[in-house]
Design a protein around this ligand. Structure first.
Ligand code: ZN
Length: 319
């Protein structure tokens, strides 16, 4: 526990699981509360629901360090919970799913305090987030793709407004009936709690620049809520808007190695017909161009080169 003149900080265990061979696993909450005044709102930021997604851990570290050393021109007016690693069972092994059960923790919400270990983990995490006005759930992509920093949310005007405060590159909305059941975002939404899902970078990797961008975005979100203030106005959002009808998926037509075009990077504006890259067959020397099907902004790109016919190579926001 540590306390500054204006901020009370505590590392609070919110869940303990006895391990089969005598050790304990804990979920730790970095909880920040304003001293001397009542909180305007409570916000929870969490990462690591999938144990092989690591960017959120760095973002949470940056946020916690920032709040522990809050500068004189900053004020904390609300409660901030930071859960840097909510799935240590998977994170310790660098695995996506909960070991033994093989369960996706992000399909177990709202959880069950007397259920299997995944359900108990989910119930403990849900217990913290369900006290909040807003929850920010940080994910990386899988090990095959790289994602431009983006917010994925249900297409509700109020939630879109919350997402805009993050000012990431992209807001990608989906309709409520296309939501995957059992995710923390869906479970919170059913209880009228706003949830923003951030996707950034690549699984099993850290992208420092993207993490710094998400860190700044969350600070801006907290300032928009009034949870943090520093006396300067919040910048308007420039996020691109994707939905279920303006995203083009580029899939491999054949198996081989995907070789992106020289200099290609996320955020590039691409013209219809341009060459995104090639799929090469090193055994027989075949080369197949991957062409851009519609003009737009590249926001997902394959980083693991091994593809089968049908593998996702890129996603483009049509412009
Ligand atoms: Zn994930």
């Amino acid at each position: 526990m540590a306390t500054t003149a204006t901020v009370h900080f505590e590392r609070k265990p919110v869940f303990t699981l006895e391990m089969p061979f005598g050790q304990q696993m804990q979920i730790i909450n970095h909880r920040f509360e304003p001293r001397w005044r009542s909180a305007v709102a409570e916000v929870t930021i969490l990462s690591g629901l999938h144990g092989d997604e690591l960017d959120g851990g760095l973002v949470c570290h940056m946020l916690s360090q920032f709040l522990q050393r809050l500068g004189n021109n900053w004020k904390l007016n609300g409660i901030v919970n930071i859960l840097p690693n909510v799935n240590p069972l998977s994170g310790n092994l660098g695995q996506r799913f909960v070991p033994m059960m093989g369960s996706d923790l992000n399909r177990n919400f709202p959880g069950n305090h007397i259920g299997f270990e995944s359900e108990r983990l989910a119930a403990a995490i849900f217990g913290v987030t369900s006290q909040s006005l807003l929850c920010i759930d940080i994910h990386s992509s899988n090990n095959f793709l790289e994602e431009l920093p983006q917010t994925r949310i249900v297409n509700e005007p109020a939630v879109v407004d919350w997402a805009a405060t993050l000012d990431l590159d992209l807001i990608w909305t989906h309709s409520a009936h296309n939501w995957i059941s059992g995710t923390i975002a869906q479970s919170l939404y059913e209880r009228n709690i706003n949830a923003l899902v951030i996707e950034v970078g690549t699984g099993s990797r850290l992208n420092r620049l993207y993490c710094e961008r998400v860190f700044r975005g969350i600070l801006q979100c907290l300032r928009s809520l009034g949870v943090l203030t520093n006396g300067t106005p919040v910048s308007p959002s420039n996020a691109l808007r994707a939905n279920e009808s303006n995203v083009t998926y580029l899939n491999a037509e054949s198996g081989g190695l995907f070789v992106p075009a020289s200099g290609l990077k996320l955020g590039d504006h691409l013209r219809r017909g341009a060459r995104l890259g090639q799929i090469i067959d090193p055994l027989f020397g075949q080369e197949t161009d991957v062409l851009v099907a519609s003009s737009g902004v590249l926001f997902t790109l394959r980083v693991n080169p091994v593809v089968y016919a049908g593998s996702l190579v890129a996603r483009i926001l049509q412009t």
